[in-house]
Design a protein around this ligand. Structure first.
Ligand SMILES: Nc1ncnc2c1ncn2[C@@H]1O[C@H](COP(=O)(O)OP(=O)(O)OP(=O)(O)O)[C@@H](O)[C@H]1O
Ligand SMILES: [Mg+2]
Length: 320
């Protein structure tokens, strides 16, 4: 299995995984770590929720984007703005000022030809990486269901477009996306049943149908191991003596109920950690089978520390 030491030396990283698992946080953390290593970095949110900018403590930054941390430019995808830019920069059409009719034509074309919207979506970050406007472009991609369609779109449209300028553009896009030295997917999962299942399916689709290399799996919100084995034995033994614990006083103050509460919380945590453990083993198996490194990010209880904690964890895990 190769390590993740050179993950940030790619040109394009596509972060995906099940909804809500921590994709945006990991994308923000990868961009932050890359910039800390001196790379000019763009991180692009595809689903337009504004969560990415929020992870940096900012309001929405739109398609033009903003530098939200030293060396990190953050932008939000807008397919219409991407089309406008494409027509101006690539197709060199001068008439892009008059937008209303263009938007209608675009809607018509995008509805009739599946893949057009997807190509414009993935095309923008791919273009920024291709042109080397940045050392690294990180894509905060859509959840599992959509991402395959987006990554596969250039190849799907290339099947229909045999020659010409558009075909050339699709060709460099396909080359970039399927070149493991330049592009890698980063698949994020929490140690729970559905995210792990989706990760296994995603690994197969990315490598099979789409041909995008997977650079790393990230297991996030991993709970700490609460007990050593000896402590676990003590915890279990105390179960028969809770009555005595409840009556406990220290310097005349009744602390028993508090201690009993701690005992229960520790038990819940240990049980949840045991459940996580079996899913972590499945993730490790999937990673091992695919020859992909698995990186761990712990559960961070303080919402204001989630990004920093994720950067620290990934940096330590990957050895950046
Ligand atoms: N390691 C962590 N510990 C604790 N909370 C975390 C951790 N990582 C992410 N979170 C929190 O989990 C929530 C979801 O994270 P995030 O927005 O990154 O997920 P997502 O996969 O991008 O979601 P969506 O599918 O909605 O885009 C956020 O509130 C985030 O702060
Ligand atoms: Mg998100």
């Amino acid at each position: 299995m190769s390590g993740a030491g050179d993950l940030l030396d790619r040109r394009l990283l596509v972060v995906t995984g099940k909804g809500g698992v921590g994709k945006t946080t990991v994308a923000a953390a990868l961009a932050t770590a890359a910039a800390a290593g001196g790379r000019r970095t763009l991180v692009c949110e595809l689903d337009g929720t504004g969560d990415l900018a929020a992870a940096f403590g900012s309001g929405p930054v739109g398609y033009r984007g903003a530098e939200l941390a030293p060396g990190v430019r953050v932008m939000e995808m807008d397919t219409e703005a991407s089309l406008r830019e494409y027509l101006r920069v690539q197709a060199r059409l001068p008439v892009v000022g008059r937008l209303a009719p263009l938007a209608r034509i675009f809607d018509f074309v995008a509805t009739a030809a599946p893949g057009v919207r997807e190509v414009l979506t993935i095309g923008k970050p791919a273009w920024e990486a291709h042109e080397r406007h940045y050392d690294l472009v990180v894509v905060d991609a859509t959840a599992t269901g959509h991402v395959i369609g987006q990554l596969d779109a250039p190849a799907a449209i290339a099947d229909l477009v045999r020659t010409g300028r558009l075909r050339q553009q699709l060709d460099w896009m396909i080359e970039l996306l399927t070149d493991p030295r330049r592009t890698a997917a980063v698949v994020v999962a929490t140690p729970e049943e559905t995210p792990v299942l989706e990760t296994v399916e995603l690994l197969a689709s990315l490598r099979g149908r789409v041909g995008v290399a997977v650079g790393a799996l990230v297991a996030t919100r991993v709970l700490p191991v609460p007990f050593t084995r000896a402590q676990e034995a003590v915890h279990a033994a105390l179960a028969d003596h809770l009555g005595k614990v409840a009556a406990l006083t220290v310097d005349g103050v009744a602390v028993g109920p508090g201690v009993e509460g701690c005992w229960r919380v520790a038990g819940h945590l240990a049980a949840r950690r045991r459940t996580q453990r079996s899913h972590l083993v499945e993730l490790a198996d999937a990673a091992g089978g695919a020859g992909v490194p698995l990186l761990f990010v712990g559960y961070e209880p303080d919402p204001d520390r989630v990004l920093d904690a994720t950067v620290e964890a990934l940096t330590a895990e990957a050895g950046w």
